[in-house]
Write a protein that binds this ligand. Structure first.
Ligand code: MF3
Ligand code: CO
Length: 248
């Protein structure tokens, strides 16, 4: 069942979204060679709590941290720990907040110092995929138009679009209906309606789209070991351009 949010609920979600956006901006200011992913996670948690919000991922199905931090060939759901990020890494940071019982969810991939041209292009195109998807997120369109727009741009560059993990509706729960795949055709899925709120989150691989789960039970990595990037926004469907809740 897809729930439509009221104006008042959207204003609360705007706060939840603002908090994750500001958190990610703070991460961007602090991510430097030598910092550990656990140090970044601590900063994320402290910042969210300082905003009178709750880190949404902590304890979510037993997840042990406030942020998911995934380096290079790690796609998503990397668990923060003692590993230091280093020059040349690309680091995907995914953050969720709960504010007055509503969720916000957003992710960005950061470059650490100088990165290769190939990694820089992967990040740039993944962000472009997200924005192309958001451009199709409006009242009356089919959800599949979002998916197709994302896939088309990734395909043009010969990248792999992760299929095993998808975007999602969001509201009083982190994951609500509908699922938002990053691949498919424009004639699939439900019709988008004003008041729906969805998280669009392309995960784009430099090589194969295939991913595998690591023994820690959380981290997904690319099957071929090539890098991956991830950008995510929480957006509200309207009659016009989508209202992006997680942009500062
Ligand atoms: N943003 C992630 C998603 O939508 C949520 C990670 S859940 C966690 O899939 F448990 F891994 F934190
Ligand atoms: Co999400």
């Amino acid at each position: 069942m897809i729930t439509l949010k009221t104006k008042d609920e959207i204003e609360i979600m705007r706060q939840a979204g603002r908090i994750v956006a500001e958190t990610l901006t703070m991460v961007g200011e602090n991510i430097k060679p030598g910092i550990t992913t656990l140090e970044l996670d601590r900063m994320v948690e402290e910042f969210i709590l300082s905003q009178n919000a709750i880190p949404a991922f902590k304890n979510y199905h037993g997840y042990p941290a406030s942020a998911c931090i995934s380096i290079n060939e790690e796609v998503v759901h990397g668990i923060p720990g003692k590993r230091e990020v280093k020059e040349g890494d690309i680091v995907s940071v995914d953050v969720g907040s709960i504010y007055e019982n509503f969720y916000g969810d957003s992710a960005r991939t950061f470059a650490v110092g100088e990165i290769s041209k190939e990694k820089a292009q992967l990040m740039e195109i993944t962000q472009k995929c997200l924005m192309a998807g958001i451009d199709k997120a409006r009242n009356g369109n089919k959800l599949g138009q979002i998916s197709a727009a994302v896939q088309q741009i990734a395909d043009e560059h010969g990248y792999g679009v992760v299929r095993q993990l998808v975007g999602h509706g969001i509201g009083r729960k982190l994951h609500e209906d509908p699922q938002v795949p990053n691949y498919g055709t424009g004639d699939e899925g439900p019709i988008l309606k004003s008041g729906m709120v969805i998280a669009i989150e392309p995960m784009i691989n430099m090589g194969t789209y295939e991913v595998k789960a690591m023994p820690d039970g959380w981290t997904f990595v690319t099957a071929d070991g090539l890098p991956s990037a991830h950008f995510e926004h929480t957006v509200v469907i309207t009659e016009n351009e989508a209202d992006i809740l997680t942009m500062v």
